[in-house]
Ligand binder design. Sequence first.
Ligand code: ZN
Length: 267
Amino acid sequence: MNWLISIIAFLLGLSIGSFCNVCIYRLPLRKSIILPRSYCPLCEKQIAWYDNIPLFSFLILKGRCRHCRGPISIQYPLVELLVGLLFVVAYLSVGSRGLSSILIPFFWYFCASLVVLSVIDWKHFIIPDVVIYPLILLGFILAAVLPRHLDATGIIPALLRALLGASVGGLSLWLIGVLGRAVFKKEAMGLGDVKLMAAVGAWQGWQMVLLAIFLGALVASVVGVTFIILKKAQWGSRIPFGPFLAAGSLITLFFGWEILFWYLGLY
Ligand SMILES: [Zn+2]
């Protein structure tokens, strides 16, 4: 019943994506993510439950508020769709690699957190600590709950591997930041990026976090060059690195070891 669970995972992802939108909007404003209920930022009318159904309400309302007809940002359905799809990929990747199903809720949490911090970083150039610290903590909890996940046989070795991964991830990015400052004479990397890669290292181990940084830089270069060609940005424009690191980290979460073995087998 793979397809049935995939559909349930997708619908769950849509709802969590809807909650991610609340976090993306409210966390940088330091507002509560629980109360009050969602309201239209333009006319401030509360949004009824039937106008708050992920993806579908946006389509039915044709992207406009029911009361003031003001435009609803396309970001809302896109984030919902992205989280929905990531939930399906996470479920399928755990199943197809024969991993423990305990990993599925952990992977879902990882995906949702990375989407939230990517969009916030993209819009505000910050990665909030309230997203990153629980993510780091949960990386260590995962190691303790499922030592096998980091290829360890006991809780202590697993925690040490998580610590090694966090250190390698954080230090590598900190070093890239120092080199970037020396070469380009300007701030290249924020402390948020360093903490993000520490979190990813705790979750995925030192090999995967290095691969994630490499893939993130690769995606960033491709996107950066495309933007410059399309004249949407200039050489040296400020582009947040967080979303690219997050993209690299999601690729390694789902396909990291496959990519590494393919690479090692090829060369
Ligand atoms: Zn409105």
